[in-house]
Design a protein around this ligand. Sequence first.
Ligand SMILES: Nc1ncnc2c1ncn2[C@@H]1O[C@H](COP(=O)(O)OP(=O)(O)OP(=O)(O)O)[C@@H](O)[C@H]1O
Ligand SMILES: [Mg+2]
Length: 665
Amino acid sequence: MSYRPRIVITDDEIRMTESLKILLGDKGYDIDTFQNGHDALNFLGTQECDLVLMDVMMPVMNGFEALSHIRNHHPEVTVIIMTGQASIDSAIRALRGGAYDYLCKPFEYDELIKKVENALGHRRLSREKNLIHHQLQSTEARYQYLVHNSPDIIFTLSSQNKFVFITDKIKNCTSVSSQDLLGRNFTSIVYHQDVDKVTKYFREIRSGKVTKDLLELRFKCESCGHNGSPCTGSHPEMELKAVTMTNGSAEGAGDQPSEIYGIIRDITQRRRDEEEKRALESQLRQAQKMEAIGTLAGGIAHDFNNLLMAIQGNISMLLMHCDATHPHHERLKKIERHIENGSKLTSQLLGYARKGKYEVKPIDLNRTIEDTAQTFGRMKKEIRFYLALAPDLAPIEADSSQIEQVLMNLFLNAADAMPGGGNITVKSTTVDHSIIKSGFYKPKPGRYVLMSIRDTGIGMDEKTKERIFEPFFTTKEMGRGTGLGLASVYGIIKGHHGFIEVESAVSGGTTFYIYIPASEAAIPEMAAGASENILRGEGTILLVDDEEGILEIGKSMLENLGYQVLTSRTAEEALSCYETHKDGIKLVLLDMIMPGMNGGKIYDRIKAINPQVKVLLISGYSIEGEAREILARGCNGFIQKPFKIKELAKKIGDIIGTQIHSSSL
Ligand SMILES: Nc1ncnc2c1ncn2[C@@H]1O[C@H](COP(=O)(O)OP(=O)(O)OP(=O)(O)O)[C@@H](O)[C@H]1O
Ligand SMILES: [Mg+2]
């Protein structure tokens, strides 16, 4: 439906209002008539109206008064004054009072229609102008909002690269406010090392030959340019994209140096995140590499231990039958020492592979430190030990022989780094997890025992420090170092859910910081010292191992100790053998790693047959914590391959306690 203008006719002469109503009504307008200004004004207060035709001389309120009121309260309404006095004065008064036009009575129909149409046209135009003005205002407000709330910094530059406009976001990245930047050169906020490339970039943009779509640059830091001293802060990193502008709009370059419109994005955090991600990825790759080599090392150690066990068993047997006067006694003892060295190597490998953590119990780390330092000090007289151990140190749950291994490795390395002698300072204290710096691994919240081992040796450069925990990495000459010491330290500490940090400087000594979770458990009383004699016994023992060599030598060792021996090579054989002979079997010697069914399962099945069964576990290495779990389920003891006959006899004696007589070896 098309718009119908509304006209209010106000005249005290009814004939006049009625005839005008007919004339204008025919033209398609909505007409309302009133006999005085007051009524007309009341109507305007309730209804929209486009034009008022107003007589001057009226009762209650005359035309000029009504006009003044309309101008004040309804400025959008157009008014034509109808005057009966054809004087120029009243026409001028009407126009001055804000009337759009006037009609002098009597007027012609054509004149009326022309003036009314003119007035309505004027009214329509001003209505459209108002509408456009409002639209412009809201568009402007929307763009202002978008520009000022953009997460990026938006700016324009003059042809001399001076800021004409810049959003307040700049305050987040520089110490200068947007207001202060107006009129200043863009380069006034750029780090001096990047000024040339920024200037070149703007030049290229103006010439239309941009080589880079985006330019990375750094802003000045807070300390930049202060007193000419070198700056110390970090420079916010930015990404800039700019285009040229002509007549206020972004366009291609003209002949004149044009203004520039640009966007700056703060990429400082993104850069930091990328760097952190890169570092984490490389740490992860390193951890995966270590894990893979660990698996390999664990496998080798397992097979190697079995070989050593077979050799050790045979030597033990031979030694039982030849005393110190025998011509082969010395050579056999030498072979035994070589086996011991071989076994040290496998225990380093096992440490690295995070295996071999068999006997975990609450221990006092201070005591292990004191004992190991004393033993080591006796071997290396040129090293002076300084111990600063916290008297109230929390216990740790650890395999004490592995912790000794860690200390030995660190002391040996320290001694190697101090060829002319020097000091080793060992400190212990209980700390909170928050002080652990190890980036990649997140320490579990809680208390940790911190042990630091500091030497006054030659120290390390950064390159060496980065690689020290890698297995087989050594800076020592061929034959002097295997590069397994710190790899095993790393594996053992990780296996104890701990962390290691290193500080070192060339010629400035080295400090290792080791954190191990503190335990709430109490430290058990120390067992009585081991007997030097071989304990013999009697009764039947079931020996379960999948290795032919171990079965053979184990059987001979046990028989030499006075026991009758049943052997089983598989889990099924072991279970059926135990079922058949359970009343006669005093002890089961069970290998932890068996094909098909592991030692833990076999243990549970045997225990189901006889809950009182006595079992001694044997292993070359264990899957993380498995030996501990079996021991926790009631298994009576554990012995690690390769073992000597004396150690085996002692373990068996501890469990079945049937010592008949002892003989020294
Ligand atoms: N306290 C230290 N001071 C200086 N350098 C050290 C120290 N500890 C370790 N290193 C460096 O780390 C390397 C690796 O040490 P790691 O104990 O793993 O192997 P290794 O001592 O060379 O050989 P292995 O311990 O197997 O006999 C060493 O060769 C040495 O360069
Ligand atoms: Mg070493």
